[in-house]
Unconditional design. Structure first.
Length: 143
């Protein structure tokens, strides 16, 4: 099972440069773990792209349906108090935005504070660097 952040999951529901690389990662390990609000982050990204004219209404709808199907099978980390406390610690030690600190905090909770060798998939450079420093095996899908 791999922890995925929203930046890489988005490429599984709408076509992007790194979509093929993300699909390859799911072929080797189809079990996905996410933070409880990752789905909302992805819906936000899809709707922003639709409003900006980068996705048609049909493409957005298709992406949202794919997201719905994926979400039925992934594991959500929803331990708010635990994730929040990890995220706040991470904000003191890494140059992260709040959303990335929360993602990494959720991954730490999932790993039971033992991230060595545990996979984390992200397309975000700052999150990648912080996750690596915390001991995760960071996978960055390359286009």
């Amino acid at each position: 099972m791999r922890f995925w952040d929203s930046s890489s999951l988005l490429a599984l529901v709408i076509e992007e440069k790194r979509s093929q690389a993300c699909r390859r990662l799911t072929r080797f390990d189809p079990e996905i773990a996410v933070w409880a609000l990752t789905r909302t982050e992805i819906v936000s990204a899809i709707r922003r792209r639709e409003r900006a004219g980068n996705l048609t209404r049909a493409e957005a709808g298709s992406g949202l349906r794919r997201l719905e199907r994926m979400a039925e099978h992934w594991l959500e980390v929803d331990a708010l108090a635990l994730v929040r406390s990890r995220a706040e610690r991470l904000l003191a030690t890494h140059p992260l935005k709040a959303a990335n600190a929360i993602q990494l905090g959720a991954a730490l909770v999932l790993s039971k504070e033992n991230p060595r060798g545990k996979p984390l998939v992200t397309s975000d450079q700052h999150l990648s660097e912080a996750a690596d420093a915390e001991g995760f095996d960071v996978l960055v899908p390359q286009p």
